[in-house]
Write a protein that binds this ligand. Structure first.
Ligand SMILES: [Zn+2]
Length: 339
């Protein structure tokens, strides 16, 4: 029995010393001290030991058990300490390394341009109003004097959801909605996303942004329109900027005009930027058509007004001298970082 216990002790210690991980130690504990372990088996065999030898053998078993446990414990402690030290070494902070640069996002050129336009009009007492991007045909076309058979309706290449519902092709329906509410006078701009089934190229996109403006009050004349848009152009492109109005046609305004601004690059002498003309086309505008006022419940005998629409991308492209509209939508950080 003595020899057997000595052998168990020797084997157990050898395995403990050979263990290279806490799990291995646990395996040794189970193998020798566990319920089905070798030492327990010896205790179970005590019934074969003579009565007078039992206490002595029992003591020997306990001593062996204590010895194995002790060495198990001390080895475990040593192992854990070593592991912790290794971990600390691995986690050491090198204070001489350069710090990680904090990457901050910033506003998109479209947003910068929009905020600039909003600032100018809010300064003139305008409200900023938004409307739905999915719109009734009624508001997108009919109430703006574009009846079902009007050629402008084909021209616009609209995304139809069904016969009555479209993705708005312009932000003008917001004007019709506000006029219908009947709270006069009106002084508003309506910025927002619009949709047309255009192919993507340097100057077209199926989705872009417009800013629509509307003023309705008593005694509003074309002079008010010209004065307002002149202030807008000067604020946006500089005090030296001149404006020029060319007659045009829009179904919802009469008379209608397109406004050009003098080239802010060459001051009007003519350059590559303005294609030699000295002028840059910037927006469409006009006096609200009496029929539109009527359809929206406003008496055209009492009230008059003007409206204008400008492409947000057009402003961003001009302001930052970007020659391809696609750059605004690709969200390439290397491009966007420049603004
Ligand atoms: Zn020019």
């Amino acid at each position: 029995m003595n020899e057997k216990l000595a052998k168990i002790r020797e084997e157990a210690i050898a395995q403990i010393l050979a263990a290279d991980a806490p799990e291995k130690l646990n395996e040794v504990r189970v193998k020798y001290l566990g319920k089905k372990g070798e030492l327990t088996a010896v205790l179970k065999g005590m019934k074969d030991v003579s009565a007078e030898d039992r206490p002595k053998v029992g003591q020997l078993v306990n001593e062996t058990r204590a010895a194995i446990e002790e060495i198990l414990e001390s080895t475990k402690t040593k192992m854990e300490r070593a592991l912790r030290e290794e971990q600390l070494k691995a986690e050491v902070i090198d204070v001489t390394l350069p710090a990680k640069k904090e990457e901050r996002g910033h506003r998109h050129p479209n947003t910068i341009a929009l905020e600039e336009v909003e600032r100018i009009f809010i300064g003139m007492g305008y409200e900023v109003i938004e409307g739905p991007e999915v719109e009734y045909d009624l508001y997108n076309f009919e109430k703006l004097n574009i009846p079902a058979d009007h050629p402008a309706k084909d021209e616009q290449d609209t995304f139809y959801i069904n016969k009555e519902i479209v993705l708005r092709t312009q932000t003008s329906p917001v004007q019709a909605r506000i006029m219908e509410e009947g709270k006069l006078p009106i002084r508003m701009i309506a910025p927002g996303r619009v949709f047309r089934s255009d192919e993507v190229d340097a100057t077209h996109s199926p989705s872009f942004h417009q800013i629509e403006g509307l003023v309705i009050d008593k005694h509003i004349s074309f002079a008010d329109l010209k004065g307002t848009l002149e202030v807008f152009a000067k604020e946006l492109f500089g005090e030296e900027t001149k404006t020029k109005f060319r007659p045009h046609h829009f179904p919802f305004t009469e008379p209608s005009a397109e406004m050009d601004v003098s080239c802010f690059k060459c001051g009007g002498k003519g350059c590559r930027f303005c294609k030699g003309s000295g002028w840059i086309e910037i927006l469409g505008c006009g006096m609200v058509h009496p029929h539109v006022l009527e359809m929206c419940g406003i008496d055209p005998e009492e009230y008059t007004g003007f409206a204008f629409g400008v492409g947000l991308e057009r402003i961003a492209l001009l302001k930052y001298e970007i020659d391809d509209m696609r750059l605004l939508y690709e969200n390439d950080v290397r491009f966007l970082k420049q603004f």
